[in-house]
Design a protein around this ligand. Structure first.
Ligand code: SAH
Ligand code: SF4
Length: 355
């Protein structure tokens, strides 16, 4: 394992303090910051703005890379790319880039594995390994930012919807956004980030108090507790009524709209009656519903809803006055869809790509 501190784990203030302790003026820290987050340099030798001795010192004191690209896969339609990274301690995570006409949306992981155990999710099926550090989350974005920069493009949106529950790793997840938000660095507006949570109420309350510009999405998937608990075990601790109440408080306090995610599973939660119940639960809340037909995972036998059912569900919600979009399934041929990310070996990934 690399024992040097990882440079992307630090904010500008901390780096300034570190350099001050070496007797170096603060404008040098700003130059370092700009090199890391504007130029996207990740090798001390590249920092042409800094004196050679300082570059050498930085290289001695800090590690500039923790993610090792193991393999990257491209979907057949060329719109989705997924990268498997290895971490220094042997953990593996996956990151997905989705290209749309005007957008490059990156789906990043916040944990290796996940402790929440949602039955239909490949990450949940593998269990929890560990939290990622903020630097490990940041580096996923910078990796793709570098690739896109080569084509004159940028990461336009970041969703914390990859492996893991971002609110179970609250500090690192939010520190990531703060770091990438910094005007003298990566300068990506908070509005371009979306956090998706399984519904950890204390974290939602904390997030509400912080009044950030970041978008919030709640994975709901069911409107009765027995059904939701069977799919999302954390519901036993944070039942639907309390969750919806926390969502109301969020919307009232921040003035922001909230999104609900609903994976449509055939004959489980996809009837028109179910859509009416959902509308009933969300009545009076400034919200939007994103439905997505279930993606297949190894450990869950449920099937995605038929096209007709999806359309009928959306139509019913809309008729009830709830705005609803059907999320296009992306990258299923490379197991890069929602809930399909897991630790895999390159061989397993190659097999997926070839099948
Ligand atoms: N842990 C967070 C974010 C990562 S999961 C959360 O649960 O919200 C991202 C989204 O994918 C969530 O809405 C989750 O419910 C959904 N999801 C998980 N497995 C899925 C599957 N097999 N098909 C479709 N969506 C799935
Ligand atoms: Fe974790 Fe989200 Fe998957 Fe549930 S759906 S197991 S919270 S990553």
């Amino acid at each position: 394992m690399n024992s040097k501190p990882f440079i992307y784990d630090f904010d500008l203030e901390q780096l300034t303090g570190q350099m001050k302790s070496w007797g170096i003026e603060s404008y040098r820290a700003k130059q370092l910051w700009s090199g890391l987050y504007r130029e996207l340099w990740n090798d001390p030798a590249q920092f042409s703005t800094l004196p050679t001795a300082l570059r050498k010192k930085l290289g001695e004191e800090f590690s500039f890379s923790s993610l090792k690209e193991e393999i990257s896969l491209h979907s057949k339609d060329g719109q989705t790319t997924k990268t498997l990274f290895n971490l220094p301690d042997g953990q593996a995570i996956e990151t997905v880039l989705m290209r749309y006409e005007q957008r490059n949306t990156l789906c990043i992981s916040t944990q290796a594995g996940c402790a929440m155990g949602c039955v239909f999710c490949a990450t949940g099926q593998m269990g929890f390994r560990r939290n990622l550090s903020s630097g490990e989350i940041v580096e996923q974005v910078l990796f793709y930012a570098r690739h896109l920069a080569e084509k004159g493009q940028k990461v336009t949106n970041v969703v914390l919807m990859g492996m893991g529950e971002p609110f179970h790793n609250y500090d690192a997840s939010l520190a990531t956004i703060d770091r990438l938000n910094h005007p003298d660095g990566f300068n990506m507006s908070a509005r371009r980030f979306t956090i998706s949570t399984v519904g950890l109420i204390p974290a939602i309350k904390r997030f509400t108090k912080e009044k950030r510009q970041v978008n919030l999405a709640i994975s709901l998937h069911a409107t009765d507790d027995a059904k939701r608990s069977a799919m999302l075990p954390i519901n036993q601790r944070y039942p639907i009524k309390d969750l919806i109440q926390a969502c109301h408080e969020y919307v009232e306090h921040t003035g922001r709209r909230i999104t609900f995610e609903w994976a449509l599973i055939q004959d489980v939660n996809d009837s028109s009656e179910q859509a009416r119940q959902l509308a009933e639960h969300l009545r009076g809340l400034n919200c939007h519903v994103n439905v997505i037909p279930l993606n297949p995972t190894k450990g869950f036998p449920g099937k995605k809803s038929t096209r007709e059912r999806v359309a009928a569900f959306q139509a019913e919600l809309t008729a009830q006055g709830i705005s609803c979009t059907v999320r296009v399934r992306r990258g299923i041929d490379i197991a890069a869809g929602c809930g399909q990310l897991a630790e895999r070996t390159p061989a397993e990934l190659n097999e997926i790509a070839e099948s």
